[in-house]
Design a protein around this ligand. Structure first.
Ligand code: NAD
Length: 468
């Protein structure tokens, strides 16, 4: 689907008109061009508060890709001198008029009290204006749930407000800001998440907070095709976000079973044939669907590694005007069916160890939406389901959700124009996302190295003004 305003506003005449009328001027977002392109290009500044535990790991991950890596504080000098070190380095870079940074990365795990929050100001204040367009801000903190003392928990929680506000300030240049809350000792689990949030793959993900737990040792995988050898089930794969998920997981090496309702078979086959996958005709709300899917996966692949519950429908009406089948269908497709499919796969032990389940919620499930009591109920239920399942996950299996905001698909193209235009612009990046933005987020969850990422709900919404 195309966003005409985004195109017009990026012509010289359109830019001037938008400026003089005070209209939003969204910047085209950079997305992946080649799977083997470096995850980060350009100059990066990395810093840490005193006592930061992630800085060495961050230096290793980021240093391997960045053109020039500026350390605001050396790993060895992290004790008393690091705050002064941060400040001095940040001020020195501030003097360099030609410098354009592609990312600012800050290890805030050492922050133990509200006073220590000053390290954020010292690091970011002189450098934030040095960020170019489509840049990244990434802060690593310690999960407040793991902080023993209240001042430390308060200061770590404060990072959320900081990052979300930074996201709102830099979004107009197409840049994003995100926060990773790490559990103590989870440094080894940071790799795939740092790479995702610093890369163009997370173009439409901003203002998000991700919890990273200490997992088992991450298995080494092919960096260009990390899903090699994995079998993925993608429901609703004939079009829109589902088709993009299927293609992206296949790009990353997975063998994909695309599933959709029987009338969508022709479209589905176009997708699966293009990625050497399989097409499975099934209405997931049929009573027989869980068994049919499980039988198919058992017979052809002896099970499955990645289960992506993407199929979804809307049947909008205000509550008083809503026919009962609108309610029933929406809950069945968006919520009940996925629970029943997972139950069957788990009971028959068909979901392999280190497997992944990814569900699709929605910002409607977070904030509610006019005319969508049925859909919002179902999508909130998805969040509850993911959180509950994540607590009991075993064998390295993780379960997470994405909550898309406004994504350019046939579903959103069917909206009335005024609602569609509002949906597109009401976020920090002033534009809608693309199906690939949701698909890339799912590919990050599915990466074998994301084994510490469990029970998260990440919004792919350009930091929508709606909801948290
Ligand atoms: P879409 O309508 O373009 O595609 C949905 C797919 O699901 C279709 O191929 C459809 O045939 C399939 N499907 C529907 N009912 C099914 C059933 N009973 N059994 C099997 N397949 C079925 O939608 P989309 O915009 O690509 O959305 C994909 C997912 O993302 C949905 O879960 C949706 O709720 C969610 N989402 C989308 C947006 C957005 O802005 N597009 C925003 C938030 C959430």
């Amino acid at each position: 689907m195309s966003d005409l305003y985004l195109k017009i506003v990026n012509t010289p005449v359109g830019k001037t008109a938008a400026q003089s009328l005070g209209l939003p001027a969204p910047v085209p977002l950079k997305r992946l061009k080649r799977v083997d392109q470096p995850f980060l290009e350009g100059d990066v500044l990395i810093g840490a508060a005193a006592g930061g535990k992630a800085i060495a790991t961050l230096g290793g991950i980021v240093g391997a890709s960045a053109a020039t890596l500026h350390h605001a504080s050396g790993v060895d000098s992290l004790k008393d001198s690091s705050r002064a070190g941060n400040k001095a380095k940040a001020l020195e870079l501030n003097q360099d008029l030609s410098l354009r940074l592609s990312a600012l990365v800050f290890d805030a795990t050492g922050i133990k009290s509200p006073d220590d929050l000053r390290a954020l100001y010292d690091f970011f204040h002189p450098t934030i204006k040095k960020l170019g367009g489509n840049a990244r801000v990434l802060v690593i903190g310690q999960d407040p749930a793991t902080c023993r003392k209240a001042p430390q928990a308060a200061a770590q929680r404060a990072l959320e407000g900081f990052v979300r506000s930074v996201g709102k300030e830099i979004g107009k240049k197409g840049s994003t800001a995100n926060l990773l809350w790490m559990a103590p000792g989870a440094e080894k689990q940071l790799n795939s998440s740092v790479r995702f949030f610093l890369s163009v793959r997370s173009a439409y993900v901003s203002g998000q907070v991700v919890r990273i737990a200490k997992g088992t040792e991450a298995p080494t995988s092919n960096p260009v095709a990390p899903l090699t050898g994995k079998v993925a089930l993608v429901t609703g794969a004939s079009r829109g976000i589902g088709a993009s998920i299927a293609r992206t997981l296949a790009r990353d090496g997975a063998t994909v079973v695309g599933l959709d309702i029987p009338p969508a078979m022709e479209e589905l086959r176009k997708v699966t044939d293009g990625i050497k996958g399989k097409a499975l005709a099934c209405d997931i709300t049929d009573k027989a669907a869980p068994k049919l899917i499980a039988d198919y996966l058992e017979e052809h692949f002896k099970g499955v590694d990645l289960v992506i519950h993407n199929a979804g429908i809307t049947r909008d009406k205000t509550l008083g005007n809503m026919p009962e089948h609108f309610w029933d269908m929406t809950i069945a497709v968006n919520l009940s069916a996925e629970e029943l499919i997972d139950e069957e796969l788990m009971n028959r032990e068909l979901l392999h160890g280190n497997g992944r389940i990814v569900c699709i919620s929605s910002i409607s499930g977070i904030a509610g939406n006019f005319g969508q009591t049925n859909y919002s109920t179902a999508k909130s239920g998805v969040i509850g389901y993911v959180e509950a399942m994540a607590r009991h996950a075993k064998n390295g299996i993780t379960i997470n959700a994405v909550a898309p905001g406004f994504i350019e698909t046939q579903m959103t193209a069917a909206m009335p124009i005024t609602i569609r235009e509002a949906g597109r612009r009401m976020n920090s990046l002033s534009q809608g996302g693309q199906p690939i933005d949701v698909a890339e987020t799912i590919a990050w969850y599915c990466n074998p190295a994301s084994n510490g990422v469990n029970g998260n709900i990440v919004r792919v919404c350009g930091q929508s003004l709606i909801g948290r």
